[in-house]
Write a protein that binds this ligand. Structure first.
Ligand SMILES: Cc1cc2nc3c(=O)[nH]c(=O)nc-3n(C[C@H](O)[C@H](O)[C@H](O)COP(=O)(O)OP(=O)(O)OC[C@H]3O[C@@H](n4cnc5c(N)ncnc54)[C@H](O)[C@@H]3O)c2cc1C
Length: 403
């Protein structure tokens, strides 16, 4: 991955010239705040502890899950969608209005989709027949449908009963987006980006904020601390109060299978047990009972069985959810096997797994987003519900607009 060329880190021990905004953390949440600050004509200094961003923002599916949010998150997600597309144009990273397809193979699954479709504006959640689902996904699912209906899979699940197309969802490439956005930001007037520079502490006075970093001090009128799941390193009491945990997810990358090309993200039944617009539906309770009865192993690993295809054709597969204060570094092969067997079953063909990794995001059962002004001028921002890609630009727009 190419790193942006940036100015040298601030190796000063005395406070430098103040900037309007200091951003701590160059993941998508921090960079989205930087992008909106730049768009508002503010000067911005970004500091990132690592030599390039390697956190949750590069380890995910690149699925902006707009449609399946509800309430405040839905409003933020729709604002985010607008700015994902705008900054993709400006910064030159790939973002596609490809939507998402939810596969349904039982009536209980289809009922959730029917209910959501009925409460949304026409066309936003488009119910699909099996043939229409195959038309949206090509070989990624038609093979699966046939395989599940033939005699070689006794006891297998039935083939598709249908699906739904979620029109407003976006696709981005998690492996390139953050680096390209950081590169673009570093070229904008009034922006400094310092890698390998960690925030250590914050002191507020009547003129602004001093940020203590591993390379000296920075001065700013406003600081956004966007450190994802590492809030507890800087603010342990806040992390405890918000009950932030590290949610660890197991992921795989498959080589591009010959002839398989699909644009939308692909979601399945367990996705409908996770995202709020689905879980808000009355039919979600029956779906939960069905999955519990037929595939309890998926619930045991907190599965959200889904997959996306990157622009180079490789396929991202996942995911499981395990919650810890400090995440265990050891991947459990049986978890990966459960997820990948489920997905290859849907695709009806084996996949060549070429990478496995663990992703970690901040999770809280208190609220889906943490925004807290720790001192005047120092605001902690962390998405604590696993949809930080989806919400990033909307959340940043709201926070920066309030300056
Ligand atoms: C496997 C996986 C799949 C996911 N799938 C999706 C999805 O499909 N759609 C979706 O919307 N969301 C998804 N998410 C969630 C999403 O990726 C995260 O919510 C989002 O990336 C969080 O962004 P962030 O910038 O807050 O955190 P991060 O990307 O983790 O960035 C935080 C940055 O802060 C830096 N940092 C930490 N401490 C300091 C410090 N003291 N000083 C300086 N820098 C510091 C870190 O090095 C890091 O680069 C997924 C997450 C995972 C792990």
């Amino acid at each position: 991955m190419n790193n942006p060329s940036t100015s040298s880190p601030a190796a000063n021990s005395a406070p430098s010239q103040p900037t309007d905004v200091v951003i701590v953390g160059a993941g998508i949440v921090g960079l989205a705040h930087a992008a909106h600050a730049v768009a508002n004509g503010l000067t911005v200094t970004i500091i990132e502890r690592d030599h390039h961003a390697a956190g949750a923002s590069v380890r995910n599916f690149g699925h902006c899950c707009i449609t399946a949010q509800s309430g405040e998150l839905y409003e933020l997600a729709q604002t985010s969608r607008k700015y994902w597309l705008e900054f993709s144009e400006r910064a030159g990273f790939w973002a596609s209005e490809a939507g998402a397809v939810v596969l349904a193979r039982t009536e209980a699954e289809m009922n959730v989709l029917r209910e959501l479709s009925a409460v949304r504006e026409p066309g936003q959640v488009e119910l699909l027949s099996p043939a229409q689902t195959r038309a949206r996904l090509g070989a990624a699912v038609s093979a699966a449908d046939e395989a599940h209906n033939d005699d070689t899979h006794p006891g297998a699940w039935p083939g598709l009963v249908g699906g739904a197309f979620l029109r407003d969802d976006l696709r981005v490439d998690p492996r390139t987006t953050v680096a390209l956005l950081a590169q673009w930001l570093s070229r904008q007037p009034g922006v400094e980006l310092h890698w390998n520079t960690a925030a250590l502490g914050f002191d507020q006075d009547s003129d602004g904020v001093t940020v203590q970093t591993s390379r000296g001090k920075l001065r700013a009128k406003q600081v956004f601390v966007c450190v994802g799941h590492d809030v507890d390193y800087l603010f342990p009491e806040l992390a405890e109060e918000h009950r932030i945990q590290r949610c660890a997810l197991q992921m795989s990358l498959a080589a591009k299978p010959s002839g398989v090309e699909f644009a939308p993200a692909v979601l399945t039944a367990t996705s409908m047990l996770r995202y709020p617009a689905f879980t808000d539906m009355p039919a979600a309770a029956a779906l939960h009972s069905e999955v519990l009865e037929k595939q309890p192993e998926l619930l045991e690993i907190g599965a959200n069985v889904m997959f996306t295809q990157r622009p180079d054709g490789t396929i991202i597969l996942g995911d499981s959810h395990h919650y810890h204060s400090t995440a265990d570094p050891f991947l459990d092969e049986s978890v990966t096997e459960t997820l990948n067997t489920e997905i290859t079953g849907r695709m009806g063909q084996p996949l060549e797994i070429i990478q496995r990794w663990q992703g970690i995001y901040a999770s809280s059962d208190v609220a889906p987003i943490l925004i807290r002004e720790i001192h005047p001028g120092v605001t902690v921002v962390s998405v604590t519900s696993g949809v930080g890609m989806t919400l990033s630009f909307g959340l940043a727009h709201r926070n920066v607009s309030q300056l």
